[in-house]
Design a protein around this ligand. Structure first.
Ligand code: PLP
Length: 502
């Protein structure tokens, strides 16, 4: 077993001290005074964690099954103290955490949070409300309605869009496909299923660069993976609208019914921007549902100067973006906007006796706006974030991330041994090391993969990768809430030094 649990990295030692607490008389229920004491300690722990977060290795260095081997194989029979639990949290769990809130977390897209959001989450946990319907917490329902209006207006989305908070973009996209399926089958598939229904053979379309959640949703919705057309992309990795139209025409000719196109604004690999306006016109021409997946990049719509990227959005039927990716709101919080709210509700509404309430259609019962019945009070943290930052504060932060990404790309370009592999309209830079004299794609791919893994092992930063044009591309996403220029400089220095060793 690797020596991972080096508690040097884990500065919050407080919970290792208390033998007294370990030997405490067991109680069956934490009372309020004990809760207060523990909660104060926990807040101190959290504050210290954030103060010292840069001391932690960004990526957890543990080996597979290492944490598992340190956990008892059966649950405790008797009550254990908070201090005992926290000691194990510190010693066993913390070493196995990858620190997504570390400013040098540059991998994937972030799941960035913020302290205001964390406070909102605390209150959500404190309320412990299950917000499935208006009656189960009127404030949760009405706050969600209002913050989604704010979000729609802050991001320049059309005023005839209505928003709802889903858990993830994957769920939002599934919700969109299911709604399209029902609307275009006159709600028959919900009634009779595919086999006894009209036997429509629906087809779906997205670019070859779009996220895997689309394929997953197509499968779950019963359309079948074989009926998802992955459209080719141009040199900037954006969907080729002419190829899309050709594919649609062929399907119509073959007797199929093109159901839905998913346009990506900020694809996962390289944040390519599909030509939304052209795609929208095609959808209108052939009467096809249009969903926009802007999971990460949608936050950039806060910036009026970037809204040209969503020109044509009024032709979309639905759009999703994740405040939990780039808008400083803790996971999970996915903002899903829909034009035809009635179609959405008609697709999902189900009303057994035990869910009936007297308010009926005068209120929003969000249990009918998606897959899940039970819902967390997610609007609260979003409200905390929007009010604490203010729209302008959010804009400043997003702009600073985009500028830092440009700065990073400039630093690598100036070095001369790196290639920037795709346009970077937001805050993700895809690059590879390609020094003069080294040839052969296989060799270059292997060097880059090794460099990335070696860099991640240092614990000083975290990077992830994709493939672009079949070649290994390192992704550097500069959207962590607290990232600053000094983190970019440190990362660029480290990357350049590590590459020079190859
Ligand atoms: N769409 C895009 C473009 C993404 O990049 C991702 C995740 O990175 C998703 C969808 C899925 O997001 P979620 O984890 O919220 O389902």
């Amino acid at each position: 077993m690797a020596a991972v649990c080096n508690t040097e990295f884990y500065p919050a030692k407080k919970f290792q001290r208390s033998q007294r607490a370990l030997n405490r008389k067991e109680t069956l229920n934490m009372d309020i005074s004990e809760f207060k004491r523990n909660a104060h300690e926990l807040v101190e722990y959290i504050a210290k964690y954030y103060e010292e977060i840069e001391k932690y290795p960004v990526k957890s260095p543990v080996a597979p099954n290492e944490i598992l081997s340190r956990l008892p194989t059966s649950a405790p029979g008797r009550s254990e103290s908070f201090d005992a639990i926290m000691k194990d949290f510190n010693d066993i769990i913390m070493p196995g955490m990858t620190h997504w809130q570390h400013p040098s977390f540059f991998g994937y897209f972030p799941a960035n949070g913020s302290l205001p959001s964390l406070l909102g989450e605390m209150l959500t946990a404190a309320m412990g409300a299950q917000c499935m319907s208006w009656a189960t917490s009127p404030a949760a329902s009405e706050l969600e309605e209002r913050v989604m209006e704010w979000l729609r207006d802050m991001t320049g989305l059309p005023s005839n869009f209505t928003g709802v908070i889903e858990d993830t973009a994957s769920t939002s996209t599934l919700t969109s496909i299911l709604t399209a399926r029902e609307k275009f089958s006159n709600y028959n598939i919900n009634e009779s299923g595919f086999s006894r229904g009209e036997n429509i053979q629906f087809t779906a379309y997205c670019s070859s660069e779009c996220h895997s959640s689309i394929e997953k949703a197509v499968k779950i919705a019963g359309l079948g993976k074989d009926n998802l057309r992955k459209i080719g992309v141009d040199k900037n990795f954006a969907a080729d609208a002419a190829m899309l139209e050709t594919a649609i025409k062929k399907d119509i000719f073959d007797g199929k019914k093109p159901l839905i196109v998913v346009a990506g604004i900020g694809t996962t690999g390289s944040t390519a921007v599909d030509p939304l306006e052209k795609i929208g016109e095609i959808c209108q021409k052939y009467n096809i549902w249009l969903h926009v997946d802007a999971a990460y990049a949608g936050t950039a719509m806060l910036l009026p100067e970037l809204r040209h990227m969503i020109k044509g959005v009024e032709m979309a039927d639905t759009l999703v973006f994740n405040p939990h990716k780039w808008m400083f709101t803790n996971f999970d919080c996915s903002a899903y906007f829909v034009k035809d709210r009635e179609a959405l509700i008609r697709t999902f509404e189900i009303l057994p006796e035990y869910l009936k309430t007297p308010e009926k259609e005068r209120v929003n019962n969000y249990r009918d706006w998606g897959v899940q019945l039970g819902r967390r009070f997610r609007a609260l943290k979003l409200w905390f974030v929007i009010r604490s930052f203010g729209t302008e504060g959010l804009r400043e932060k997003v702009r600073s991330h985009i500028n830092l990404a440009q700065y990073f790309a400039d630093r690598l370009s100036k070095n001369g041994n790196f290639e920037i592999l795709a346009p970077h309209p937001f805050a993700l830079v895809c690059f590879r090391y390609k020094p003069a004299g080294v040839t052969g794609e296989e060799k270059i791919n292997a060097i880059n993969e090794k460099v990335m893994n070696d860099l991640n092992k240092t614990g000083k930063l975290f990077l992830s990768h994709t493939k672009l044009n079949g070649n290994f591309a390192i992704r550097f996403c500069c959207s962590q809430t607290n990232v600053e220029k000094r983190h970019i400089d440190a990362a660029a220095d480290l990357i350049i030094a590590e590459c020079a060793k190859q």
